[in-house]
Design a protein. Sequence first.
Length: 275
Amino acid sequence: MMVKRRTIKDVKGRSVPIVAAGIVLAACSGQSIKPAGPAAGAHDPSVPYTNVWSADPGIDLFSREAELVRATEEAGNYSAFVGTGGTYPGYAKAVAALADEVERTSDLKTRSFVSEHPVISLDKLQAGTRYLHITGFVVNATKIDAVVCSYTIWPAQLPGENDRTVGGGIRIDLQNNTWDKGRPGIANRDPAYSDPRAQMPPKWDIFGSWEIAAITGTAGAGDYPAECIPWYQQQFPGFTKDPEYNYLVAPSGYTAPHHPVAQQFPEWIGPSTSG
């Protein structure tokens, strides 16, 4: 049974929540990080939003495996507006084996991650801060499985923001046919500091020999991954879980906050060999 949800959309067309301004996120180290100030000037004008990442305790956000998950979600999200050939370098090659299969699915959100051609006009992009979290993280020498949860905060009020649900997420699977997983890029460990070398979008092939084996979206509320619920509950303590589905509902009288576009974290600085 489908649930009628009154929500607004993020830059990828997903139903997403709004949280209190200045909320503290759980970082991979178990410490909390606070979104930094206005976005740095390293961004292409066609990307008016930023991505601020966190992860479950015990997950190294700067590891090669987590880097690949971050790159897959970010590149896939952006490819909806520019096509796989116009997004992050190496993404089109990494997702090529998946493209034919996914093009046959009815999940338009997943299809947009692998389309060679833009499926949404760049004019539809809105400035905002996308908060993303890695959970359900299982890795070995040649395989990575993860769940990515997300929501967005906009700089100014949008219609319907105060009547919200919180849920969703995507599953990402990557595989490598070699034993060389590659080295992670230069780590950006301070969310309050913008490295002058930072690039957005990144200019190097982050994926290397890795292939994207699966990107699984959610066709409806019944498909929302349960792995995201603990993080959403941490971010939205006043929200309550729907008794049947894996999403949270805003309390009566909820008022959505706003803040300027935050600095990208982690920033894409460069490959390890560059410095």
